[in-house]
Unconditional design. Structure first.
Length: 538
């Protein structure tokens, strides 16, 4: 096993560390030590194998074979989002492409909704799914979450002039924006133009088990962001002023993410602006405190933030963050004390002109890799994590894609991630704004002797909350991996609502655990690998 650091955060699953407490970062301790024997025993005895290492990461364009060649991305140069999530609750991730209007030509292209047949192909469900009923709705982004806790994933759409909430009725959608008091304030018509974005996300900011909503855009009235609190009765209330949420006045919000960067148990909020500045808002008892400067982020050189994601890329117990940029993509290593340091140059993760992004373990070796969707003629990038324990190091792999139709209009490249064919390897869908067809890149890496575990948190009418805003961990031997399950990150897009782990040569996990902001914890022990584990309440 590789040598890893074991700061206080690493001890959340290890009873031997029970005397270690987290530093006081202004919140309640979250990483409560949990006994290794906690949770039901599923009967597998995890073993460390001796099989071959995985091969070179291969992402292969399978768009036509999957029946998705007719699907295009189209909108203003900041205005396409992609969701790759299970919308009809059959266990396979479906596809939603949020399209809209090109401001320079007024041309409109409708959004698309395709069901996954479960055999590697998709079928058009746009009309039957209720999406055609939206008419010429100009969309910018998409987030998915079960806001009403009825067991299926609803969609929140960043749109002009107001956002839209679509309630899922068994795979068919109904616009309930007015009924739910959602949608937020109307955009300023004078600001609605090409080059503006509107990024939305679900997250449980107040820890009550109900998903709240945030939307950020320069098209909105000040403070350029709004927060809707889920009241648990199917409606929302605007708490933007009461909580102090805001986006920076300079630039155009493009990269928005809920995550617990300081390990205190609640959801913090990143809002970074193209052509402007950035904000990190710390959650302080369900109010927002600007910690951008104290976190050292004012010293990060970045001009055009476009996408964002977080993961513990170096196994030191806290979330590191990667921000896509036109120019330099900062890789922000979390120091564990509320501050960050930019390690892009030493890590080798710069890139050129990126948009969509995610940390995913593409070769299942137990270390989070990066996929970066780049614009125009540039290849997409995979940064392969080399597993260094003295500072992150990555190899660069280029992923070719078909030529775009219009280099001047294909700037936004949305990306969403899921294991669409259930072979254990994470795949990606990308979409541009110029009317080019989308790209489905199947992960065809030779995984060698590596194993995987995908963790899903059930949702349902029994009151189960689902997994969004939970922290999910997997322990193999002395190594802990974890991810925060987020909604609406990357670049205006939505990944499958699960957490996907590579186990390396371990054929299972000693313990799997999920913990929510209110401290609720579910866990199981002795879990077989190479499966999609539904982690149910005890």
């Amino acid at each position: 096993m590789p040598t890893v650091k074991r700061p206080w955060a690493y001890c959340w699953l290890l009873s031997a560390c029970a005397e270690v407490l987290p530093p006081d970062l202004g919140g309640q301790p979250f990483w409560a030590p949990i006994d290794r024997s906690a949770g039901p025993d599923l009967g597998h005895s995890p073993q460390l194998g001796t099989g071959p290492a995985a091969g070179w990461i291969r992402m292969v364009d399978r768009t036509e074979a999957a029946g998705l060649a007719p699907v295009v991305g189209h909108g203003n140069t900041h205005g396409v989002g992609v969701a790759l999530v299970d919308l009809n609750h059959d266990g396979y991730p479906d596809l939603f492409v949020a399209n809209g209007r090109r401001v320079d030509t007024t041309r409109f292209r409708a959004s698309a909704y395709y069901l996954n047949r479960g055999d590697g192909t998709f079928e058009d469900f746009t009309g039957p799914g209720g999406i055609s009923a939206l008419g010429e709705l100009d969309l910018y982004s998409v987030a998915a979450g079960d806001y009403d806790r009825d067991g299926d994933l609803d969609l929140y759409l960043g749109a002009q002039p107001t956002d839209r909430l679509l309630r899922n009725e068994g795979g068919r959608f109904e616009d309930v924006t007015t009924l739910a008091l959602a949608g937020g304030p109307a955009s300023n018509p004078a600001l609605v133009s090409d080059g503006k974005s509107k990024i939305v996300s679900f997250g449980d900011y107040d820890g009550d088990g109900w998903l709240d909503l945030v939307s950020a855009s320069k098209t909105l009235p000040e403070p350029y962001a709004y927060l809707l609190r889920n009241q648990g009765d199917g409606t929302f209330e605007d708490v933007s002023v009461a909580t102090g949420v805001f986006a920076h006045a300079a630039g155009n919000p493009c990269a928005v993410l809920f995550s617990d960067y300081d390990n205190d148990g609640d959801q913090d909020l990143w809002i970074w602006n193209d052509r402007g500045s950035k904000v990190l808002l710390k959650n302080q008892q369900a109010r927002w405190v600007d910690v951008t400067t104290s976190a050292g982020l004012d010293r990060v050189s970045i001009t055009h933030p476009m996408g964002i994601d977080s993961a513990d890329l170096d196994h030191d117990g806290d979330l590191d963050t990667y921000v896509i940029n036109i120019g330099n993509n900062p890789l922000l290593r979390n120091n564990g004390d509320g501050t960050f340091v930019d390690l892009t140059e030493s890590a080798g993760t710069g890139g050129e002109t990126g948009w969509g992004v995610a940390f995913e373990d593409l070769d299942l070796d137990g270390w989070a890799d990066l996929f970066v969707a780049q614009e125009d003629h540039l290849p997409h990038l995979v940064f392969h994590n080399l597993g260094s324990t003295d500072g992150p190091r990555f190899d660069r792999i280029e992923v070719d894609h078909p030529d775009v139709l219009d280099d001047n209009a294909a700037h936004n490249v949305a990306a969403a991630f899921a294991d669409y064919d259930r072979d254990g390897l994470t795949d990606v869908v990308v979409a541009t704004t110029d009317g080019s067809r989308i790209g489905l890149f199947r992960n065809e890496t030779d995984r060698g002797g590596h194993h995987f575990l995908e963790v899903v948190i059930p949702r349902g009418p029994g009151g189960d909350r689902g997994g969004i805003s939970a922290r999910i961990g997997v322990r193999t031997g002395e190594l802990l991996q974890f991810r925060d399950l987020t909604s609406g990150s990357s670049r205006g897009s939505q990944n499958e609502v699960s957490v996907r782990f590579g186990l390396g040569l371990w054929d299972g996990a000693d313990q799997v655990i999920a913990q929510w902001p209110d401290g609720t914890t579910w866990s199981v022990r002795n879990v077989a690998g190479d499966q999609r584990l539904e982690l149910s309440p005890p």
